[in-house]
Structure formats: structure tokens, C-alpha cells
Ligand binder design. Sequence first.
Ligand code: FES
Length: 171
Amino acid sequence: MESKTDERRTFIKKTIAALFTIGSGSLLYSVIHYFSPKQIHIQSKRGYAGIFDAETNRAKRKNNAFLPVKTSDGHFEIDLSKLPDGESAFMSLSDIPVIAVNRGDNYRIFNATCTHLGCLVKWDPSGKRFICPCHGGIYNEDGEVVAGPPPAAIKEYKTEVSGTFVKIMVA
Ligand code: FES
């Protein structure tokens, strides 16, 4: 039978082992995260992201279609390796609707709010344009109005590329 001192020693050893395991896991995670490709950082405090469904004009929520999102240091980190080339992802960042388009060699990020009456635009991959389903507004791939009633372009957000990371300033 263990004495109180032995029990205390065992407890301390187990605690140290557990802390070491947690610390190693965090370090490993950080290293993997640093080197993993196509991560996107979005500066915001709240939000979600999903693969945009052009038919329903909504982010898909089924079958793990949502992109993994992590918050870190005041940024959102979205793994865009699950976003195929040419496709888009819809996000709500600090209550701002945002649409990210994977253009193969870069990502372009726009405010998804139509400048006409505020419906959400969707990306049309085959036409390489944004379409507003409410009144037929059409924007080109640069977000400029090409048809319909919208009075102005949709806002594009600046991105900062650092290695494999893209940081987006939504403010
Ligand atoms: Fe988009 Fe009217 S709200 S065209």
C-alpha cells in the first residue's frame, strides 16, 4: 500500500506527464499548421465559413461541407484547401457577409452584399461573375457592375499574402 508521500509523488508525476503531453501536442499542431498549404486568415472576431451553394444561394451545412475555421489572435483561419479552384466560399465575419473566390493562383474576397437593395450575391464559376438573385444584378470578376440595377461595385477587401497565408482586413 502506498504512503501519502508516494501517492503525492505519483500524482505530481502524472500531472507533469499530462502537461508535457499537452504542450507537445500544441507544439506539433503549431508546426503542422504553419506548414500546411492554402490557409486563409481573416481578421475578425466572429464568423463562420462554408462552401457556397450556387443553387440555394447559401453556405452548405451538410456532409462536412463547411470549411474548418479557427480563431487565433483576432483572426479567422480558414483552410481553403477544401475550396476547389474556381469555386467560392461564403462567410459571415463580424456580421459582414463575405464571399471568397478561389481563382487558382489567388483568392479574391468581396463583400457579398449587393449594392442595390442588399441581397447576397453568388459567384457563377462558369460565367466568372457575381450574380444577384433578387433583381438580376450582375458584377464582373472584379466586382464591377455589368448589368442590372446595382448602382455601384461590390467592395473588394485587401489581402496580405505571407507565404501560404492570406490575411484579409474586413474592417
Ligand atoms: Fe441585388 Fe436588387 S438587390 S439587384
